[in-house]
Design a protein. Structure first.
Length: 372
């Protein structure tokens, strides 16, 4: 019996890997020209890396005529600085393939021990053809990498490989607003299990990893920090798809109060989830909840919802899976309609995280009631 189970699991693992490679290859071929030059990838990563490997300030990108000043934190530039040695078009292709592989690995790893062939196919289609995935790839954004780093960091954390986990979290903190609920959750879990010393030790590891990734910047251009501060503070404000912006637009100053109340509620829910759920589920819920309360968010950042969507799908029964597909189809249609507008403002996507968190909550509650 045990031997048959092991054989089935092995079969599911190998066939899932093959199918993910096949799906990623088909998607890569169909949308090869989706990633455009001189977008966020140029402004935020390739341009700074190009300057860095030539001994210039990575955060003074004015000589490259970038559309916006660089605003990503330096860990990404330090880690991916070799991209600066290759032409932009080649770097775009490398980044495109890298993002597709990351999505495939997110689908594979986020299923955990419940990996199944049929789930892998369904979830790969959901994630690869998520409208905001195309938006993300078109811009050359970093949020898929952030999501991937968090998923793998959880994998290493559960195996007690803390240095590997800390390094991946440090890289994920290139987008700190997507992980600001998960970090205190990890600290709380560590404190409950091992005490304050272990909490402090893990945070020191994360800080050390952040500094290690900044070494290329200090080595090539030691005075990069003033330029980084200037560059990050020079980005013009715009209408983010966040509840903060929505409430402010609808209610003015009263909207700030409503956003503050929403933030307190989300923080309370996040703390409760970390008390009740296993590590993987708690992290995935924290990542999904973050877009509800962070004032600074882009629609491409909503790929951070993938781990929770995957976890919810693999835990659901067949009725729950059908419900998720119907809800996903409705959301897909809504997002596609926004994308196709003549003037498609980013803030029109504010409802997306609420929708998918609501789906996850309904399916999880349904499962609990059935189990009871």
């Amino acid at each position: 019996m045990q031997k048959d189970f092991v054989h089935r699991q092995t079969f599911h693992k190998y066939t899932s890997v093959l199918l993910l490679v096949l799906i990623a290859s088909v998607v890569g071929f169909l949308f090869w020209r989706l990633m455009l030059p001189r977008m966020d990838f140029y402004n935020e990563l390739w341009g700074p890396a190009f300057l860095l490997v030539r001994g210039q300030s990575p955060y003074d990108t004015s000589s490259l005529n970038t559309g916006l000043p660089a605003a990503w934190l330096p860990m990404a530039i330090g880690f991916f600085f070799p991209l600066g040695w290759i032409p932009e078009e080649t770097a775009l292709q490398v980044w495109y393939i890298f993002n597709l592989l990351e999505i495939a690995l997110i689908v594979y790893l986020a299923q955990g021990e419940r990996l199944a062939l049929q789930n892998t196919v369904a979830l790969a289609l959901m994630c690869f053809f998520f409208p905001l995935t195309f938006n993300h790839i078109n811009l050359g954004q970093f949020s898929i990498t952030t999501t991937f780093c968090w998923v793998v960091a959880v994998y290493f954390w559960e195996k007690n490989q803390r240095w590997a986990s800390a390094f991946l979290i440090a890289l994920a903190l290139t987008k700190p607003h997507l992980g600001f609920l998960a970090l205190p959750g990890l600290a709380y879990r560590d404190y409950r299990q091992s005490g304050l010393r272990v909490v402090f030790s893990f945070w020191v590891k994360i800080l050390f990893a952040c500094l290690l990734m900044c070494v290329p910047l200090f080595a090539a251009y030691p005075n990069w920090i003033p330029d980084a501060i200037t560059s990050m503070s020079s980005n013009p404000p715009w209408s983010y798809p966040s509840l903060y912006i929505l409430f402010e637009r609808l209610l003015g100053n009263w909207g700030h109060l409503l956003w503050g109340l929403t933030t307190l509620i989300v923080l309370g829910i996040n703390f409760w989830l970390w008390k009740k759920l296993p590590l993987q589920a708690a992290v995935y819920w924290s990542l999904a909840l973050a877009p509800l309360v962070t004032p600074y968010i882009g629609s491409w950042d909503f790929v951070i919802l993938f781990p929770l969507l995957i976890l919810t799908y693999v835990d659901a029964g067949w009725k729950g899976k059908v419900f998720i597909w119907i809800a996903y189809g409705m959301a897909w249609y809504g997002m596609a309609q926004v994308q196709m507008q003549a003037v498609s403002h980013n803030h029109y996507f504010w409802w997306v995280p609420l929708w998918f968190i609501g789906i996850a909550a309904l399916v999880s509650d349904w499962k609990i009631k059935q189990a009871g």
